[in-house]
Write a protein that binds this ligand. Structure first.
Ligand code: PHE
Length: 327
């Protein structure tokens, strides 16, 4: 009894071997019951002096307290193990319906871009990337857009500071690519462009696809052929197409292409033209050897016509009921 620690160590060893509540109850009776270990120790005190009784009873009470705590702890442990056991061995009802994962799919704009790219890849165009944050030089100056052109104003363009802006057109790619590639050049880029506009036909961000062709003998006929082949591929062999003279500072001559909608009205779908000599000159491309053409396609416009959508904002509201239809 004097060796308190030894007793507790033995009790611990013994209790750790117990793995069910029934055995734990037997153990409890053995130590704390009426005829158990602790009671028997108290009985032994009778023979001792008063002083010894006091000292020893304190020790016995201390041991009793510790055994009680150990039993309580072990009980908790056995109970939580029991819950784990139940969970692990739970019966699974294999007839219950499973939980389905919701599958995502490509956004209709992405689908249209990939489709357009596939067509131009077959004509030998290489796909390139270009940047959305641009400087005045690549978005306006190098494209022959005069300093007082209205598109440069704050009503039209999102300026980041005096020199930088969110590009208003993918034509910035023409300049960036002509600077690093040597002709012949045949490239296509797609991406987001930004303009300060908002209604059912305009959102502040939309997508364009830009094509650029520079070679020895590029002429207007070639441009027209590429564009009509493309539109017939994208819509329908029998599609009615109209080429209309237009103006862009960076192409000369310039044209716009309209297609006949289901409502028998002409709808503009893209702008194009022969790259302006000033633009080629800005990049030091030899005008005697090379000429080029470029085109810019409004992706949302084409997608709206193909899928019969009447509000461009639907593309960006992320309503799952709308997006689900394009799987
Ligand atoms: N960048 C023009 C626009 O945004 C489209 C265009 C591209 C026109 C290339 C001619 C050549 O309207």
């Amino acid at each position: 009894m004097s060796d308190l620690n030894q007793i507790i160590i033995n009790v611990k060893k013994e209790i750790n071997l117990i793995n069910n509540i029934k055995e734990l109850n037997i153990f409890k009776v053995k130590y704390l019951g009426k005829k158990g270990y602790i009671s028997s120790q108290f009985l032994l005190l009778k023979k001792l002096t008063k002083q010894e009784k006091i000292e020893n009873s304190t020790i016995i009470n201390n041991i009793k307290k510790q055994i009680k705590t150990l039993i309580k702890q072990h009980k908790n442990k056995l109970e939580s193990n029991n819950i784990k056991f139940q969970v692990l061995n739970k019966k699974i009802d294999i007839t219950l319906p499973g939980r389905y994962f919701k599958m995502g799919s490509q956004h209709p704009i992405t689908m249209v871009i990939y489709d357009i790219e596939n067509f131009f890849i077959k004509l030998g165009f290489k796909i390139t990337e270009s940047q959305e944050i641009e400087d005045v030089y690549h978005n306006f100056d190098a494209l022959n857009i005069s300093e007082n052109h209205p598109s440069r104003t704050e009503q039209d363009t999102f300026w980041l500071n005096k020199k930088n802006l969110l590009r208003t057109q993918t034509s910035n790619m023409q300049i960036r690519m002509m600077k690093i590639l040597n002709p012949p050049i045949r490239i296509l880029t797609s991406g987001k462009v930004y303009r300060n506009d908002y209604d059912n036909r305009h959102t502040p961000m939309f997508h364009q696809i830009e094509g650029l062709l520079i070679d020895n003998n590029i002429n207007f006929l070639e441009l027209k052929a590429i564009l009509s082949l493309f539109l017939k591929y994208f819509f329908d062999e029998k599609l009615k197409i109209r080429f209309r003279p237009s103006y862009f500072p960076f192409t000369e001559p310039s044209l716009e292409v309209d297609i006949m909608g289901t409502n028998n009205k002409w709808i503009e779908v893209l702008g194009a033209g022969m790259v302006h000599p000033n633009v080629l000159g800005n990049i030091n491309i030899n005008l005697l050897n090379y000429s080029g053409c470029a085109f810019g396609i409004g992706v949302e416009r084409l997608a709206m016509l193909r899928y019969n959508i009447n509000d461009i904002r639907l593309f960006f509201e992320n309503d799952i009921r709308f997006l689900k239809q394009f799987k």
